[in-house]
Design a protein around this ligand. Structure first.
Ligand SMILES: [Zn+2]
Length: 397
């Protein structure tokens, strides 16, 4: 059966599949979140698929939905249909997109969560107008994404980039990945706490706030608590943040020596404390990058869309996959079928690939011109950009 789509385009659902919660939102073509449902993440594979299906069906009962995008913290294969491995989810080599597509009778795409967040920032937020961009999401570790020529760079097997596990200290701190001295062991929320604990062990008397915390429960120190103590002037917390800023600047210089980006977006939980370290990090970055005095430096900004970026990006990628991005208002059509009937998944996958290519081409065209003082602006972000830009553009530069 083919449903004729009228002037009103179908919306898409973006789902952030986190280790703790599933958050699913209906998102429109301007990146605005219209409706959200949330549920705890089931720990069994079948129950997780059931939970995702339930979330979409609930949203679908209130909105006309054309496609679904999942943002997943894990390795997504190069076809973006299978989760190879996700440390906090019960999926291993699981054909997640096709299974959910069969259940729902809708096209479903998968994306690595930081890639999805980068895409959202590119279309509607802090990375608007970027040509080559890097996102580093600083949380328990470092999640990263690369935008190259206005396209997400996923590598040959879908797993690029793992910037957090570049070794910056030979024989350094042990990393859960099995290596030692990875960048994220020195530059993440976890790292901030570890550095503070190391410093406290060396000189507890110099701390006014953190030492008391650590005395009560040494395991309770988190990056957030260190940032809070720095805000209140604790010398050890300030020193830990200075060390964090140095590692952030050095690591970004390392990455920039390879990719030469024009924009870097700092995201993740630690980005909310950027006022405490970002200026320092910029100085370390400028000092450490090769030939820093003889080249333009990338702008370093914080996330504009925050925690919802992955969800918004997944929904937007689903919309692109739907072929809706550049379709005339009244001519697009979307085949649908009753859930459970065969033949949908393969079609949705090939449609996904073909129309994703169209989406990229249109972005390239849109970058060529703009009415905003000659700054390149990609298509489709005008509305959201106008709304969200105020108060954030340049605030962290
Ligand atoms: Zn590692």
């Amino acid at each position: 059966m083919t449903t004729r789509i009228g002037r009103e385009r179908p919306l898409t659902v973006g789902i952030d599949v986190g280790g703790t919660n599933i958050r699913a939102s209906v998102v429109d073509g301007a990146g605005e979140v219209l409706d959200t449902v949330q549920a705890p993440t089931p720990h069994a594979e079948q129950a997780l698929q059931d939970g995702l299906e339930r979330a979409v069906r609930e949203l679908r009962s209130r909105h006309r939905i054309g496609a679904v995008g999942l943002a997943v913290a894990g390795f997504v294969d190069e076809t973006r249909t299978t989760v190879r491995f996700a440390p906090h989810l019960p999926w291993e080599d699981s054909p997640v997109a096709n299974e959910l597509s069969d259940r729902l009778g809708l096209p479903v795409i998968l994306e690595h969560d930081v890639n999805a967040a980068m895409w959202a920032e590119y279309r509607f937020g802090a990375a608007a107008g970027a040509h080559n961009g890097v996102m580093v999401a600083l949380g328990t570790g470092i999640g990263a994404a690369l935008l190259v020529g206005g396209e997400l760079y996923r590598g040959s097997y879908g797993v690029a980039p793992e910037l957090g596990h570049l070794q910056v200290v030979p024989h350094g701190r042990a990393c859960p990945c099995g290596k030692r001295g990875c960048w994220e062991r020195y530059c993440s929320g976890t790292a901030l706490a570890d550095t503070a604990i190391e410093m406290l062990a060396r000189d507890p008397a110099s701390s006014t706030i953190l030492a008391r915390e650590a005395y009560r429960d040494p395991g309770s120190l988190t990056g957030r608590k260190v940032a809070g103590a720095a805000q209140d002037g604790d010398p050890v917390a300030l020193a830990a943040l200075a060390d964090f800023a140095r590692w952030l600047g050095l690591g970004l210089a390392f990455v920039s020596d390879i990719f030469d980006p024009d924009l870097i977006v700092i995201a993740g939980g630690v980005s909310s404390s950027a006022a405490l370290y970002l200026d320092d990090a910029r100085e370390h970055y400028a000092a450490a990058i090769t030939g820093g005095r003889h080249r333009p430096l990338a702008r370093i900004r914080t996330t504009q869309l925050g925690e919802g970026a992955g969800m918004i990006g997944a929904a937007e990628l689903a919309r692109v996959a739907l072929g809706d991005e550049d379709a005339p208002d009244d001519t697009s059509s979307v085949p649908t079928r009753a859930p459970g009937s065969p033949g949908r998944a393969t079609a949705s996958t090939s449609r996904d690939k073909a129309s994703a290519g169209r989406g990229r081409a249109s972005n390239g065209k849109a970058e060529a011109s703009s009415a905003q003082g000659g700054k390149p602006v990609a298509r489709g972000r005008k509305t959201a950009g106008a709304v969200r830009k105020s108060g954030t553009d340049g605030a962290h530069r």
